[in-house]
Ligand binder design. Structure first.
Ligand SMILES: Nc1ncnc2c1ncn2[C@@H]1O[C@H](COP(=O)(O)OP(=O)(O)OP(=O)(O)O)[C@@H](O)[C@H]1O
Ligand SMILES: [Mg+2]
Length: 229
């Protein structure tokens, strides 16, 4: 039996601002199974991005456990964590976070260059991703020369190029207009279905969340399987 995809236990993250303490994530405990699509909903400032960044190893908690496939990422050295992330984790940010000096192609392939997975060549994935996401003819442009929707599709390709087992997406279409957002979201869900990734996605869109296997709700740093009243 393989270890669970993601296990989070008693996770706490506080931010200090002068003499106040913000309890951004307050004792979050949950588990995500292999292949599940879990949506996270909650009001602005409730701690959703903080939670996602913690789970992906982009931020360290004050205390608590985060296990990805049984590996506690909170105990890893920076080096080991970077390698582990390259191997297991994909992240799509609300604002694409592409490197402005690199072309779309260079942005997409960067994780593959940095993280040479044994027995894996990224070329096949690259072809498939860029075809499905309809960015083949934009690959040699810098991010600034792409539309918002294209930038986000490049960011999706970058997140998927190493075929991560778990994909985190923080309101990945929050910056796009409705039509673009719907199109990019369909592509993301289609790619994820084909590649079989586990997906944890923050969204404000109730219709989208309804398509997830499960919804978790967040309010003032507290995570709950039921909506807050
Ligand atoms: N780097 C930081 N330093 C101090 N406080 C922070 C920092 N990042 C977030 N916070 C605070 O932590 C709380 C949770 O923020 P977070 O960004 O996780 O919320 P969110 O649910 O993602 O909100 P949104 O829906 O607006 O994206 C907020 O009160 C926020 O102001
Ligand atoms: Mg956020």
């Amino acid at each position: 039996m393989e270890k669970p995809m993601l296990e989070v236990c008693d996770l706490i993250k506080q931010y200090r601002q002068s003499d106040t303490v913000i309890h951004a994530v307050n004792r979050a405990t949950f588990r995500v199974e292999d292949g599940e699509f879990v949506a996270i909903m909650g009001t602005s400032g409730s701690g959703k991005s903080t939670l996602l960044h913690l789970c992906a190893g982009l931020l360290s908690p004050n205390s608590g456990l985060i296990r990805i496939r049984g590996n506690d990422i909170t105990k890893m050295s920076a080096d080991k964590l970077a390698r582990f992330r390259g191997q297991y984790v994909g992240f799509i940010f609300q604002k694409h976070n592409l490197i402005p000096q690199l072309t779309a192609l260079e942005n997409i392939t960067l994780p593959a260059m940095m993280m040479k997975k044994p027995d894996y060549s990224y070329e096949h994935s690259l072809k498939k991703l860029t075809e499905t996401l309809k960015i083949r003819d934009r690959l040699h442009h810098l991010p600034d020369a792409l539309s918002g929707g294209q930038q986000q599709r490049v960011a999706i390709a970058r997140a998927l190029i190493n075929r991560p087992q778990i994909l985190f997406a923080d309101e990945p279409t929050g910056n796009l207009d409705r039509k673009n957002a719907d199109e990019v979201m369909e592509l993301l869900l289609q790619m994820r279905q084909e590649m079989g990734q586990t997906l944890l996605m923050v969204t404000h869109d109730a219709a989208l969340a309804a398509r997830a296997d499960r919804i978790l709700y967040m309010e003032d740093g507290v995570l709950s399987p039921r909506p807050f009243l």
